[in-house]
Design a protein around this ligand. Structure first.
Ligand code: ATP
Ligand code: MG
Length: 464
């Protein structure tokens, strides 16, 4: 998993939990608002119903006072107006269907009560009026009972929601705690530990332990940092090891020259002319070898510093390759060097010296790693936009796991390290030369049967 994915998923979990908590809060406050509004209107309804009862009783009391010859507290019109105001208030507070139905009944009973009151007096009319009054009281009570039921239902619902919101609150808090704890543990395991391991590997390496390596674990980004460090550490280790090998290799030609020169000493007569010629030839050969080794080392240093300069000219690849083949033909009579070239020129813009060097490295390898002799074929072709030169041998071949590594500086295959002299720089230089011409170097090989190295150069070099 990458660090980015890790942080994104952690953030997603935390955001989801925060959203659940926020949504629960919003739902709860909305319900609380509705419940308090319902309870408030139930209270107002009960209050309005009680006021209506009082207004009806007050009207009836006034009527009794009038009959008993006592002065009325208010006029009939005032009593009716008060009753009608109470009815209006009550009507405005009723929302349920059942309440509305009761309200309609109440209004018609009160209307009858008022018309009975206005119409006649006498025991029978009074009986009828009181009956209407009782009915009105009963309906008012029913309206109050409906309000009470609604209030009780709202309270029950609020209680359930209270329990539910407690559960949700505790659940979200626990989940948040668990998520944060898991995040801390995961970050420790997944990020902190690999980071500490990389830091201590770097510190160990800097302190001189060239074998210190970082574990390539944890998120992709850290694993890739560890991989890059390990690769660099391996390169440094190999280069340090190679320096010892190179120093050793440099001593071989020096030792051969020293032996040759020792033949000419003050205390001994001069060797024969023939012997002197042989010794000088040997010395020259060793000087050439030394020159090549030092040149390769310089080239690698230049390549590493990105300072491989090319002197580009237009040249025919066939001529360059022919020259290289001729040079090696005289040097290795055991091998059958075959040169294949087209009839038309293979023009390419290149640094002649560098291309000769690259071709020379490939032919030299083909000869060195075909210890039993055999055919070495050097071919030059033009294919579409590409100029190609390839070297094929019938030598030891290269196992698949070595095919990429042998292009690294100082890398030699374990078998050739012992048997064949070399510093392991030729191919890395060759590849860089080909690449700096905008081309690429390919390899096909079959262990035990031979190898083909093919360089493809663009006919128009990008550098030119
Ligand atoms: N034609 C080949 N057949 C088999 N193995 C090869 C061939 N060419 C290269 N190799 C392998 O690749 C390794 C690297 O080759 P490279 O030319 O870079 O170095 P070298 O030949 O060992 O030394 P030098 O620096 O003198 O060229 C060789 O040591 C050898 O193991
Ligand atoms: Mg070589």
């Amino acid at each position: 998993m990458s660090l980015r994915a890790f942080f994104a998923s952690s953030l997603a979990v935390l955001v989801a939990l925060a959203l659940v908590a926020a949504a629960s809060l919003v739902a709860l406050t909305t319900f609380l608002h509705t419940a308090s509004r319902d309870l408030g209107s139930a209270l107002l309804r009960a209050d309005a119903a009680a006021l209506l009862e009082t207004a009806l009783y007050a009207a009836e009391a006034d009527r009794l006072r009038e009959r008993s010859g006592l002065p009325r507290r208010s006029t009939v019109a005032e009593d009716d107006a008060r009753i009608s105001r109470c009815l209006d208030t009550l009507r405005g507070l009723i929302t349920s269907e059942r309440g509305k139905k009761l309200m309609r009944q109440l209004e018609s009973v009160i209307a009858e009560y008022q018309s009975e009151s206005a119409r006649a007096s006498g025991p029978a009319a009074r009986e009828l009026r009181l009956q209407r009054l009782d009915e009105a009281m009963e309906i008012t009570e029913q309206i109050q009972a409906v309000s009470r039921e609604q209030a009780e239902a709202t309270m029950r619902h609020a209680k359930r929601l209270d329990v539910l919101s407690n559960d949700v609150g505790i659940g979200v808090a626990v989940l948040l705690l668990v998520a944060v704890a898991m995040l801390v543990v995961l970050m420790r395991q997944f990020i902190y530990r690999p980071l500490v391991a990389i830091r201590s590997a770097i510190a160990e390496f800097a302190a001189g332990n060239r074998r210190a390596r970082a574990p390539e674990t944890g998120p992709i980004e850290l694993a890739s940092i560890a991989h890059t460090f390990n690769y660099a550490a391996e390169l440094v280790e190999r280069q340090l090891g190679s320096m010892a090998t190179v120093a050793h290799d440099l001593r071989n030609p020096l030792a051969a020259m020293s032996t040759a020169l020792a033949a000419v000493r003050d205390d001994r007569p001069l060797p024969s002319e023939e012997q002197v010629r042989r010794l000088v030839a040997l010395g020259q050969h060793q000087v050439t070898r030394l020159d090549r080794m030092v040149g390769d080392l310089l080239d690698v240093a230049r390549i590493e510093a990105g300072r491989l300069e090319l002197k580009l000219t237009d040249c025919d690849l066939r001529g360059l390759a022919r020259g290289v083949v001729e040079l090696f033909r005289s040097e290795s009579p055991r091998h059958d060097l075959v040169f294949l070239e087209p009839e038309t020129p293979v023009q390419v813009r290149c640094d002649e010296g560098r291309i000769e060097q690259a071709l020379g490295n490939l032919v030299s390898n083909a000869i060195k790693y075909s210890p039993a002799g055999g055919r070495v074929t050097v071919g030059v072709f033009a294919r579409g936009d590409e100029a190609i030169f390839e070297v094929t041998d019938q030598g030891v071949g290269i196992p698949p796991e070595e095919r990429e590594r042998i292009f690294e500086p100082f890398r030699r295959s374990p078998t050739s390290r012992e048997a064949v002299p070399g510093t392991g720089l030729g191919l890395s230089i060759t590849r860089r030369i080909v690449e700096s011409h905008g081309g690429r170097l390919e390899l096909e090989s079959e262990p035990g049967k031979g190898s083909t190295f093919r360089a493809r150069l663009p006919k128009e070099s990008p550098a030119g």
